[in-house]
Design a protein around this ligand. Sequence first.
Ligand code: LCS
Length: 399
Amino acid sequence: MQYNFDEMIDRKNTNAMNTDGFREYIFQAPASMQFPYDDDKFVRMWVADMEFASPPEIISAIKERLDKRIFGYTKVFDPEYYQAFVNWTKRQYDWSFAKEQLVTSPGIIPALYELVEYICKPDEKILIVTPSYAFFKHAADYNKIELVCSALVNDQGYYTMDFADLEEKAQDEKVSLCIFCNPHNPSGRVWTPEELKRFGEICLSNNLWIISDEIHCDLLRNGQVHTPLAKVFPETDRIITCMAPSKTFNMAGLMFSNIIIPNENLREIWRARHYSFENPLSIAAAQAAYQHGEAWLKQLKVYLDGNFAFLKQYLERHLPKAVFRIPEATYLAWLDIGAYLPDEENMPLYFANQAGVLLEGGNMFVANSDGFIRLNLACPRAVLEEGLKRICAALNKAE
Ligand code: LCS
């Protein structure tokens, strides 16, 4: 079956964060905030969901579940769900885990907030690498836990970990947890098994817990392979793995994710305190995604590879001083445009006003990210082209 990723889908009147929530999320502003563009004239390249329809196989499964007509209290009781998901992890990453280790959550963000509370004592600290998905910081802040940051090293757009710095920070006895992004948002790095080994050894030898947020692990450039951190350390029970069909199949609004907790005590705390019911439509959708979504994902990856090649070429021609490297994973492009705008520029505000493009800026990624913008490429190529045209016109004018 061929899937159509060029289709333009109207998201109006769907309560989409992407179309209706940008004032609140990007600008912390009320609905009255004005721009020189009408809302439906913006090119939207910000929040990490896609402009593509979810696979028809998932939509059919939701319809089938709808036809059962009763939507009472629901949890994942049927072992078929575990089987579908573990078959996926075996096929995709040659990795599996025991059924009792799997719990589910309405999202990885809520799971992070909870796990920080369950793992960290009030005077302890959390380690992250920067730039970082901001909710890693929010999870620490929400729980009033101090954050310790280790800056990634950026070589012409290729990010690596500073192991000496990580080692020094992990040795702080108060650091008890590292929240890690594998593959990494926003750089798009797919950490190699060697990098994961070195990173994991530093954390584990210093008695840290690790939450490995692997939400982007299915969205790789062709030729890349994802290695779950827990696969590198089969002996430890201190690595919690977070995966979800939400990013992969564009179903974040269905609010369903997998949390794999190998440690029995931590799982008991989770079971005692986590509100564990799920949406019946979401379970049906997630199971169908893992059972029947592979062909769609395969075509999606080809389309995304094409979008990244298009972006690279476009930048070389129209924005030669931007530093950009096609990411190994995610549908997010991380661009250093420091040659065009001062680091202290509020990038999202600049592009909303000057170009009619909604994007995320370095200011939204905790630290070590000034002068950057992040573009979401999970859109029809025609939308990407229009967005790039506007961005490049604004920057070439600004020079
Ligand atoms: N973890 C990472 C690393 C993410 O990038 C995202 C979404 C989430 C968790 C959200 O998980 P959820 O609670 O939906 O299961 N990333 C977004 C981003 O970078 N911009 O908008 C959303």
